[in-house]
Unconditional design. Structure first.
Length: 391
């Protein structure tokens, strides 16, 4: 019945339209995102079944599938199976985003998806800034959850914008100016989150951009401008300035206690972990935040190991290795391809470097990372001969 209905539709155009809707809804609507995600999955699987999409699997694909499998197995051994399976939904979401984005090889469609992401993120950030100024509080973009996750999402998208401004040869001067304005909005919004961790990965990304070998002067100028803007924003925004000066030691001490709990969970459940959404750490007396309860390990590697065991951790490392493998083998590329390559690198660094101090691979920021990674893979595979193809 469902397949019969789809028979009368252009599935390629439908998949593209749903992708744009999903991307635009990320900072605004959970329900629209969820509905579009599952519709995308249905259309994608049907196209694969009809051989309209030929999967060219990479190590990244296998890493994501291994994460899903290990999360499912871990859930079967969890104390609360339903609670753990609910956490599996996050992994499925960002896996769908990668598989769908990886199936897009048309440059025009890729640019449309990117600009949908840029416009929706800039609009959400601008609204959040206005509300923060009105209420004199930290920025709040409800759909992106807490300030830490908001910062990760904004800086991942900002990395993609920077890559587009510096490397892409498909944008007009007006488009670059518009992206520059969007970048400033996202930078201000990121500072208003008061979250410091994501900036570590972002600054490493800016440093790497200096070696992109294309338009070095532009890279230097933009990187210097962004860094100076960051320092200026931090200096002018006293709450973050005060946090940088006074809370570094307390934050790290608390993390040591949390990490110790995560290691103990892993020791007691080395193979399958305790299950997704089961982490709990009560900070003891003597700790700067004594009595506080944390529900994540503030470290993506320990979080994964404690909740999904050694198999989940191995899958995570395979995912990271898979990206680096594709990143270094992706040459030569067009300027547009390079912009996608380095934009995805920004998401990777914020996810895997910031991941040493926070749980970074879930919710909207994980989806936007895997989306950018998928767009890069889809563009890179365009024109690459498939395995077994005649030379």
């Amino acid at each position: 019945m469902v397949i019969t209905v789809f028979d009368h539709l252009n599935l390629g155009k439908l998949r593209f339209a749903l992708t744009v809707i999903m991307v635009a809804s990320l900072p605004f609507s959970e329900s629209v995102k969820t509905i579009s995600m599952y519709l995308l999955l249905a259309v994608f699987l049907l196209q694969v079944y009809r051989k309209e999409i030929k999967l060219d699997l990479t190590v990244i694909h296998f890493g994501l599938m291994a994460l899903i499998l290990s999360a499912f197995i871990s859930s079967m051994f969890a104390e609360n199976v339903a609670k753990s399976l609910k956490g599996l939904q996050d992994i499925i979401y960002y896996a769908i985003a990668f598989f769908i984005a990886g199936s897009i090889s048309d440059e025009k469609q890729t640019r449309t998806v990117l600009w949908s992401l840029y416009l929706s993120t800039a609009a959400a950030a601008l609204y959040g800034i206005v509300r923060a100024v009105q209420t004199q509080t930290m920025i709040d973009i409800h759909q992106l959850r807490n300030p830490n996750y908001i910062a990760m999402y904004l800086l991942i998208v900002l990395s993609s914008m920077v890559g587009t401004i510096i490397l892409s040869d498909r944008e007009t001067k007006r488009c670059r100016i518009l992206l520059g304005i969007f970048s400033l909005i996202l930078l201000i919004a990121s500072v208003l989150t008061l979250f410091r961790g994501s900036f570590l990965g972002f600054f490493i990304f800016l440093f790497v951009m200096l070696f992109a070998r294309k338009r070095l002067k532009n890279s230097l100028a933009l990187a210097a401008g962004v860094v100076m803007s960051c320092f200026l924003a931090v200096f002018l925004y006293k709450p973050l300035w005060n946090k940088l000066l006074s809370h570094n030691t307390d934050s790290m001490v608390s993390r040591f206690y949390i990490w110790d709990d995560a290691i103990n969970y892993f020791r007691n459940n080395p193979f399958f972990g305790i299950g997704l959404n089961h982490f709990r750490s009560l900070l003891p007396i003597g700790c700067p935040e004594a009595g506080a309860i944390y529900y994540d390990a503030h470290n993506i590697y320990l979080q994964t190991a404690s909740q999904m065991g050694i198999f989940g951790l191995a899958a995570l490392l395979v995912l990271g290795y898979g990206f680096l493998l594709e990143f270094f083998r992706a040459k030569p590329m067009s300027n547009f391809g390079l912009s996608l390559k380095y934009g995805a690198l920004g998401g990777f660094l914020i996810t895997f470097v910031t991941g040493m101090f926070d749980t970074t691979l879930h919710h909207g920021h994980a989806i936007v990372f895997t989306l950018l990674m998928g767009l890069f893979i889809g563009t890179m595979q365009k024109g690459r001969p498939s395995i077994g193809a005649p030379k």
